[in-house]
Design a protein around this ligand. Structure first.
Ligand SMILES: Cc1cc2nc3c(=O)[nH]c(=O)nc-3n(C[C@H](O)[C@H](O)[C@H](O)COP(=O)(O)OP(=O)(O)OC[C@H]3O[C@@H](n4cnc5c(N)ncnc54)[C@H](O)[C@@H]3O)c2cc1C
Length: 417
């Protein structure tokens, strides 16, 4: 079913009884050309681009829960391409270009809102570092503007500019950054993949990966054994556990990241604002809730909920940056399991097992990567060679020492850096 204005009018006039489920509910087949384990944003976009870009449609996405139940439905929805290092710059730049055409591509409203992302600076040194980052972004072909304190004050007057310890010295504005509706992205890719013939199998947990003579043969699931020529592990926070099913140890630790949403308020925050002296960032949703988050919980965990000390840390940073936030009531908080690599950058690579591939290590920033990750993982699985914008993101960088430490780059051990 295609979506367009006429369709909405017709359904509106006929009591909306004509809408259909946007993907099929299927029994798994006994064999596929390719299996993707994990029906999050990255697994779904991989399946979509396998079908769309490479014509490979005999594909199943196996999801242990329901589509959208993982981090794809738990993040704070920020999309940006403001990275500094070669490797990350071209990848996230590619991702942002895909985001800009995603609604037309998927015929689905993902509520892409390029409202601008501003990273605030609070010292001369930080402003110099942001100037350098901005130049790197411009060299990559993306947009960046260094805003003075006065420019920030004119646009975002409610911040505490004269905080004694952390006065605001300006910020780096990335105008094409913004946000998109997270679960709509999952639904849009799921619908797109389904329409191209991909089987989406929900409530199908993978419990084993069969490898014979160094070649992947099949996966064991709660709905039986399924054979495949190629298998992609795209399970975000569960990456190490699923890799271990094939006897692999991967450089990933899982940590909880929390997010918070306030009661609905009148429009107040026009941009995504990121504090430079504590881990705190905030935007306002279309429903009016203030959506904000902060740092990882500092210990490895598979619990999809956070702890009180980190909540306090986030609230404290929020109050320092914009004291007015203290009047808003927090309605909900939640957590998701992050797949943290030692350098804070991701991996899209083959494994030592023939036919087994991994897309993982998205840390706290994999939502904005969804389109490019699927694009590159599909390329890798279809052509057995990395896509040019992801070619540095291999496992062997942890042996060679090639540096992909961007942003904080502190990986799973934030507190020890
Ligand atoms: C609170 C929070 C805020 C965030 N904010 C941002 C942000 O603002 N911007 C940004 O870019 N990123 C953000 N992120 C990070 C981003 O959400 C993740 O990096 C990204 O969603 C991970 O990829 P995914 O969507 O494929 O993961 P998921 O949606 O978690 O997909 C993985 C799927 O694999 C399934 N699975 C696991 N094990 C198995 C198995 N054995 N068998 C079958 N299926 C299995 C899971 O059920 C899950 O559905 C945030 C994350 C959190 C938690």
């Amino acid at each position: 079913m295609g979506y367009n204005a006429l369709r909405i009018l017709k359904e509106g006039l006929s009591r909306n009884v004509g809408w259909r489920p946007i993907w099929r509910s299927l029994e798994p087949k006994s064999e596929y050309d390719m299996i993707i384990i994990g029906g999050g944003g990255h697994g779904l976009s991989t399946a979509y681009y396998l079908a769309k870009n490479h014509g490979i449609t005999n594909v199943a996405v196996l999801e242990k829960g329901h589509i959208g139940s993982g981090n794809i439905g738990r993040n704070t929805t920020i999309v940006r391409a403001n990275y500094f290092l070669p490797g990350n710059s071209e990848f996230y730049s590619h991702a942002l270009k895909l985001w800009e055409g995603l609604e037309q591509e998927l015929n689905y409203n993902v509520m892409m809102s390029q409202r601008g992302v501003i990273m605030l600076c609070h010292s001369d040194g930080q402003r110099d570092a942001f100037a350098r980052r901005g130049n790197a972004m411009i060299n990559q072909g993306d947009d960046a503007e260094l805003w003075s304190t006065e420019q920030v004050r004119a646009e975002i007057p409610y911040l505490d500019f004269d905080n004694t310890r952390f006065p605001i010295y300006g910020g780096l504005m990335h105008g094409r950054g913004g946000s998109a509706r997270h679960d709509a992205v999952a639904w849009g890719y799921a619908r797109g993949a389904d329409r191209l013939g991909v089987d989406l199998i929900e409530n199908c947990e993978v419990s084993g990966i069969d490898v014979v003579g160094g070649v992947v043969k099949s996966v064991q699931t709660t709905r039986g054994t399924i054979r495949a020529k190629k298998v992609g592990i795209v399970t975000a926070g569960r990456s190490s556990q699923v890799a271990a099913m094939a006897g692999l140890e991967v450089p990933i630790e899982s940590h909880v990241l929390q997010a918070f949403v306030s009661e609905g308020l009148k429009p107040a925050i026009d941009h995504v604002i990121s504090y430079g002296m504590g881990h705190f960032y905030i935007s306002q949703s279309d429903k009016g809730g203030l959506v904000f988050g902060g740092d990882l919980d500092f210990y490895a965990s598979y619990a999809q909920r956070g702890n009180l000390p980190m909540m306090e840390h986030v609230m404290e940073a929020g109050m320092t940056l914009m004291p007015a936030i203290g009047k808003a009531k927090v309605l909900r908080s939640w957590g998701g399991i992050m797949d943290m690599t030692p350098d804070g950058s991701f991996i899209i690579d083959r494994t030592p097992i023939d036919g087994l591939y991994m897309d993982c290590g998205w840390c706290y920033g994999g939502f904005k990567a969804v389109p490019a990750s699927g694009w590159c993982m599909a390329h890798l699985m279809a052509e057995d060679r990395p896509h040019e914008v992801a070619q540095r993101h291999t496992f062997d960088r942890f042996e060679t020492g090639e540096n992909l430490m961007d942003e904080e780059g502190t990986g799973s051990q934030h507190n020890l850096h």
